[in-house]
Design a protein around this ligand. Structure first.
Ligand code: DOR
Ligand code: ZN
Length: 451
């Protein structure tokens, strides 16, 4: 770690959603001050304390990543993860901003609890944390949480509150979900929805003893349709978390298409997909053990679903890639706890699987993992490599090969579906507000894990 008043990053491939060019970047006071195209003379840097980082080869300098969806397990589950371990994992994965979910113990259902977590995160100074508030008290689905007590405008009263979510489970009551969407609209923030409240069809399938992959698909499709209808009525902003089925993709595409055609939308619809749903399938789940290490909500789906998700990322139906980082202990996984640890592999997995044959450019990947999620949160000061933007950046080696070894993760959750996989593309450095908060060295031998 280094503290310096200025940072010069020289001769890098600079990639963000608007550019892919060679150049250098000067950061001072936590902010990007200048971007110099290659060949332009660099002004003499007079600051006595500045550090120069030299680019070249396959090194790219990109905006730090923005994660719309992670489970930090703090407070309440230190055996799975803590704020400290999750933050270290986040910076090792290139993240500068993270939204963390409310299914903690106690549940994050009051501003006081969330404020306390935010304060601890700020004192750590590794990532900019945005705790969500749960929609209902104790996430029991019965009574709204403290959301109605909140007064706007939020950027003055509670600037850390950018999203509401009951992620971990769905809200069964239409009425409560509708009221939460109305409250979110009043506050001007999105509700991130974990869609798995199944209708009668899913219940029938379950009762008939059909397998999970069968009824969980019906659940997701039904719940996605339901929440879109409720958002239409409430005229709010609904963000669909971890989309995984081709039918949900088709529905979102259709609704967005109709909104565009009509020229005005009465509600806002955005959606995210996770690296594991974009890059892995049920085959991996079965190989890992569908009821244990391969278990996640929603489940890993078929190759046809995965292809549909990739098409949706390419055509803009999916707005962002979010990890759904869900660390668990070995014991909990063996007892069927759903979820994958994901902060430390998200970028590499997407770089390897999606930026292929130029179908998805690195610039577009940057948009999906930085600028676009920042926009969803209303954070207009990050996600670009441009003057006046925050000095939240990452250095990646776009070609580095490395083998995933969960034993070396900073996260306490070793439950990675990518264990043993050789990935291409690696985060080597993360810069947060102009400070280097993570630094690793490239090991040329992919068989030997680095970091
Ligand atoms: O697999 C999952 N795990 N999906 C979720 O929605 C919640 C998460 C968790 O909290 O473990
Ligand atoms: Zn979820």
């Amino acid at each position: 770690m280094s503290l310096s008043s200025g940072l010069l990053l020289r001769d890098f491939r600079l990639v963000d959603e608007t550019m892919d060019m060679l150049g250098s970047v000067w950061i001072e006071g936590g902010i990007i001050r200048d971007v110099f195209p290659q060949g332009a003379p660099l002004p003499e840097i007079r600051l006595p304390m500045h550090r120069t980082i030299q680019g070249g080869g396959s090194l790219a300098l990109m905006p730090a990543l923005v994660d719309l969806h992670a489970h930090f397990r703090d407070p309440g589950y230190p055996e799975k993860e803590t704020l400290e371990s999750a933050s270290l994992a986040a910076v090792a994965g290139g993240y500068g901003t993270v939204v963390c979910m409310a299914n903690t113990k106690p549940v994050m259902d009051s501003p006081a609890k969330a404020r306390a977590l935010k304060k601890r995160a700020d004192a750590l100074g590794l990532v900019d944390l945005y705790p969500v508030l749960a929609l209902t008290q104790g996430m029991e689905g019965k009574a709204l949480s403290d959301i109605p007590l909140l007064k706007g405008p939020l950027h003055e009263t509670e600037p850390w509150l950018r999203m509401l979510s009951e992620d971990g489970k769905d809200v069964v009551s239409d009425e409560i979900l509708y009221r939460a969407l109305q409250e979110a609209r009043r506050l001007g923030i999105p509700v991130s929805c974990h869609c798995d409240a199944g209708g009668p069809e899913a219940e029938e399938a379950k009762a008939a003893g059909k397998p999970r992959e069968f009824w969980s698909r019906i659940e997701e499709n039904h719940a996605t349709q339901r929440v879109i209808e409720l958002a239409r009525q409430a005229q709010g902003h609904v963000h669909i978390a971890h989309v995984s089925t081709r039918e949900a993709v088709d529905l979102i595409r259709k609704v967005k298409g109709a909104q565009q055609e009509s020229g005005h939308a009465v509600f806002t619809l955005t959606a995210e997909a996770s690296p594991h749903h974009l890059c892995l399938t049920e085959e991996t789940a079965h190989a890992l053990g569908a009821a244990t290490w391969g278990r996640v909500n929603p489940p890993l789906r078929t190759e046809a679903d995965r292809r549909a998700l990739i098409e949706a990322v390419l055509d803009g139906t999916i707005d962002a890639i979010a990890t759904d980082h869900a660390p668990h202990t070995e014991r909990d996984k063996l007892q069927g706890a759903p979820g994958f640890t994901g902060l430390e592999t998200g970028f590499a997995l997407c770089r390897m699987e999606l930026v292929r044959q130029d179908r998805l450019s690195l610039s577009r990947l940057s948009s999906l993992m930085s600028a676009s999620p920042a926009r969803i949160l209303g954070l207009t000061d990050r996600g670009r490599v441009a003057p006046t933007f925050r000095g939240d950046l990452m250095v990646v080696d776009t070609e580095a090969l490395w083998r995933v070894n969960p034993g070396r993760f900073r996260s306490r959750g070793k439950n990675s579906p990518c264990s043993g996989l050789t990935c291409r593309g690696r985060v080597l450095m993360t810069i947060y507000q102009g400070r280097v908060v993570f630094e690793s060295f490239l090991n040329p031998d992919p068989e030997k894990e680095t970091g």
